[in-house]
Design a protein around this ligand. Structure first.
Ligand code: SF4
Length: 336
């Protein structure tokens, strides 16, 4: 008997894991990704906190076992029709897919750092983002990073910030900052590294150890306070004004490199699909599930499922767990 199709929109780690689990449950998953490769942001990351596992190794595990999954890259959703039989998903290559259950895993995008002009991204050469630094860790090539002696990390860039239209915490960037601050000390042991934070939100198992290691082993200096202004000196160094709110003192310093910890926003296709499928979103733009506690993977409409960071910031393990839960929910729905 032909196995039933289930369409999964979004080929990041979440979509891949939903598809693999649906395949294991006896379905034919059809995985649709708009980029030219599967893997989402995981493709662009070097190592994952807390243990520093290689992101590419995780991705290889996920993509190395796609037998039985029909996957398509470089496809954009043109339209989706809902009928009593389920959904018809039409894509820009002319194909269309019928499915009784539709899973949306459209992920996230990083806050565009240039929108916080006061930090000087795309204005001053030595201001980079967390994503730029991950690329550097992987390639060891970036003309902006030349044996820096003083480095600053700015937390909460585009998160917890009314002016950036995002009041919410992005959840993963404190841990990423602590990880990256330690990694950069491994590469440049003589550098002085500062982390400017509002609160440190390190919620997971052994994350606290990662923070203690950053302080004790690597000597990372954590300063509670916001960077208020960045400018460039005549010698090309960054001149940074901040405030140490614990000591109640203004600070001025010169840095060779400033890393902006950009936060997590809903992906562009999240908005597109929320309009197409009439999925409810919160004021933060992420999808709102039917029940955030008991049914976090289900939309209000029967047959429509969601998982991963399209419903809010999550770590990779949380994303993968939710992907497996979504596959089980689809199975329960289709087995009725
Ligand atoms: S996780 Fe940390 S850096 Fe990220 S938004 Fe929350 S408090 Fe700010």
């Amino acid at each position: 008997m032909a196995k039933e199709n289930v369409v999964v929109i979004g080929g990041g780690p979440c979509g891949i894991e939903v598809a693999r689990n649906l395949r294991d449950l006896g379905y034919t998953p059809i995985l649709l990704e708009q980029q030219s490769e599967l893997g989402g942001h995981l493709r662009l990351w070097d190592r994952l906190f807390p243990e520093g596992v290689e992101a590419r190794k995780v991705l290889k595990e996920l993509t190395g076992d796609l037998k039985g999954v029909k996957w398509f890259t470089d496809v954009n959703i043109e339209s989706i029709q809902k009928s009593r039989k389920g959904y018809t998903v039409n894509v820009d290559t002319g194909m269309s897919f019928q499915t009784k259950a539709l899973v949306v895993t459209t992920g996230f995008k990083l806050f565009p750092a240039e929108n916080k002009q006061e930090y000087g991204y795309n204005i001053y050469e030595r201001v980079i983002t967390n994503a730029d630094l991950e690329q550097y860790f992987h390639t060891r090539k970036d003309p902006r990073i030349q044996n820096p002696k003083t480095i600053g990390f700015v937390h909460c860039v585009g998160s917890r910030d009314e002016k950036a239209c995002n009041r919410q915490c992005s959840k993963v960037c404190c841990a990423t900052a602590v990880k990256q601050a330690s990694e950069i000390k491994e590469l440049f042991p003589d550098a002085i590294v500062y982390c400017f934070y509002m609160d440190l939100r390190l919620f997971g198992r052994s994350y606290e150890d990662m923070y203690l290691t950053a302080q004790r082993k690597y000597g990372v200096r954590f300063i509670r306070g916001r960077v208020s202004e960045v400018s460039e000196d005549i010698d090309g160094k960054l001149f940074v004004k901040a405030e140490d709110t614990l000591l109640g003192k203004p600070m001025k310093m010169k840095l060779d490199l400033l890393v902006l910890m950009t936060g997590i926003l809903p992906g562009d296709s999240t908005k597109q699909l929320s309009e197409m499928l009439k999925i409810q979103t919160g004021e933060d733009g992420f999808f709102t599930p039917r029940d955030t506690i008991l049914e976090p993977c289900m939309a209000k409409d029967g047959g429509l499922f969601m998982a991963g960071t399209c419903t809010g910031p999550k770590t990779i393990p949380e994303t993968l767990s939710e992907a497996r839960a979504a596959a089980i929910q689809v199975h329960k729905y289709l087995s009725k």
